[in-house]
Design a protein around this ligand. Structure first.
Ligand code: HEC
Length: 154
């Protein structure tokens, strides 16, 4: 490779990464810094893999009203694979956050994010599928665990 073509390859790589930044979906879901106050309200055991759903006690209480959960709500799903905790999946609802998301990916005002066990953003392939899967749950505020939350007793 001549130095000239190396430069143009770098320019192209640069432009591609810029394009990726410009078109990235906005995502405001953050890991709760009060996670120690969250309560485990549902566990889904599937042999070597397991999922654990956490929410604040006030979120669980509010869910019993049957209404959609309020702005500011965060839900956390602990993902276990091969008997090990590998990820935390977070859903967070904000004021008009849905308007920032392309209509075909919209899930009310929820944003979705994947974190590692040190609570840092770590996006694997599944991070592009959060919304499409949860869209099917529109009738229960885009949640899969709503029934378990509503019936949870401390
Ligand atoms: C293939 C479908 C699918 C995909 C993709 C998916 N989820 Fe879920 N999600 C579920 C199901 C089903 C549950 C209920 C728990 C269970 O059955 O394991 C759930 C539960 C949750 C919960 C607990 C609250 C609730 O909705 O009931 C959170 C938080 C969550 N998912 C976040 C995410 C995030 C973040 C992503 C992307 C990184 C994601 N999910 C991708 C199907 C999916």
């Amino acid at each position: 490779m001549t130095s000239k073509s190396r430069i143009s390859a770098m320019t192209v790589a640069c432009m591609l990464s810029l394009a990726a930044t410009t078109h990235a979906e906005p995502n405001r879901a953050s890991f709760p810094n009060d996670f120690d106050k969250f309560v485990l309200y549902a566990t889904y055991d599937r042999g070597s893999s397991r999922e654990e759903a956490f929410a604040l006690p006030e979120t669980i209480e509010l869910s019993k009203s049957g209404q959609p959960l309020p702005v500011g709500t965060r839900l956390v799903l602990g993902i276990w694979s091969n008997y090990k905790l590998t990820d935390y999946f977070v859903m967070e609802k904000g004021i008009d956050w849905g308007l920032e998301v392309a209509e075909e990916k919209r899930t009310g005002d929820w944003h979705f994010q994947q974190f590692d066990t040190a609570f840092q953003i770590r996006r694997t392939a599944i991070a592009n599928r959060c919304e499409s899967c949860h869209q099917g749950q529109a009738s229960s505020d885009f949640m899969f665990t709503r029934d378990r939350m509503e019936t949870y007793l401390p």
